[in-house]
Design a protein. Structure first.
Length: 266
């Protein structure tokens, strides 16, 4: 399984992404993540939730190989794309709608769909080696700018979308969207410490606070993300997405902070 759960004391749940080699989730993995987040958050005993990952980085987005269509199209040619669209939307919504605060603990690369998860989290802790980016334009896709805009200013978000360049954890900390930047060895314990402090509060009040903060959000993140996804589907109909994904498929697909050769993401 790509997703596992670790229960801590005081009602803290850890949801862990563990899908080697780069935590690029298949369609089934996105739905598994959504189901797990929903299940853990809905338990009456849960006070806070930590979302983290194992391996070299937090998440490289969708599994780009699964998105590549059969050469002659035919029935079901877009099934993987539609599945990824729905799965990502479900997982991002599960973070946003979780009844208790979600603390994202980010290390290494956080790309495409990873940005969607982190941008919807309540609190973000990152390691010094963490970086975030949307390589979508290099894959013939769009998406998760909605969530990136919750982490960086508007013009920086647009620059990152147009160029597929990354933002470091230190940059995000400067914006205030990352609470703390720590050594990777201290990432998990720091995130759990934040969760533990939240868990000392009355859970009824915390759940009300989460609902009220979502209610005053200036942007409907679900609707705006689905709007972005419509352009991804249009790009697939033009054929440009197939060409760019094929180019990516000829590379080794390893996330590299010095290039845009990463997973598609959304």
């Amino acid at each position: 399984m790509a997703i596992r759960v670790v229960r801590q004391a005081a009602g803290i749940a850890e949801v862990v992404i563990d899908a080697p080699p780069v935590n690029a989730l298949e369609v089934s993995g996105w739905f598994e993540l959504a189901d797990t987040l929903n299940a853990q958050g809905s338990q009456p005993g849960t006070s806070a939730l930590v979302l983290r990952a194992e391996g070299r980085g937090f998440c490289a987005g969708v599994d780009i190989k699964e998105m590549r269509r059969p050469p002659h199209g035919g029935a079901g040619a877009y099934d993987a794309l539609l599945g990824a669209n729905a799965g990502c939307a479900a997982a991002f919504a599960a973070v946003y709608d979780c009844p208790v605060p979600v603390i994202a603990a980010v290390h290494g690369f956080c790309l495409g769909g990873g940005v969607g998860l982190v941008g919807n989290a309540d609190i973000v802790i990152a390691s010094h080696d963490a970086y975030l980016g949307l390589p979508e334009v290099d894959r013939g896709a769009l998406g998760a700018a909605t969530h990136l805009a919750r982490l960086v200013p508007q013009q920086r978000m647009r620059h990152m979308v147009y160029t597929a360049e990354h933002a470091t954890a230190d940059e995000l900390h400067g914006y205030g969207s990352v609470l703390a930047v720590v050594d990777r060895e201290r990432l998990r314990e720091t995130a759990l410490a934040v969760a533990a402090r939240i868990a000392t509060k009355d859970v009824v009040v915390i759940r009300a606070a989460k609902q009220s903060l979502n209610g005053i959000d200036p942007v409907d993140v679900k609707r705006s993300y689905r709007y972005e996804q419509g352009f991804t589907f249009e790009l697939n109909l033009t054929g440009v997405s197939d060409r760019l994904r094929d180019d990516f498929g000829r590379s080794d697909g390893t996330p590299d902070r010095n290039s845009a050769a990463q997973g598609e993401g959304t």
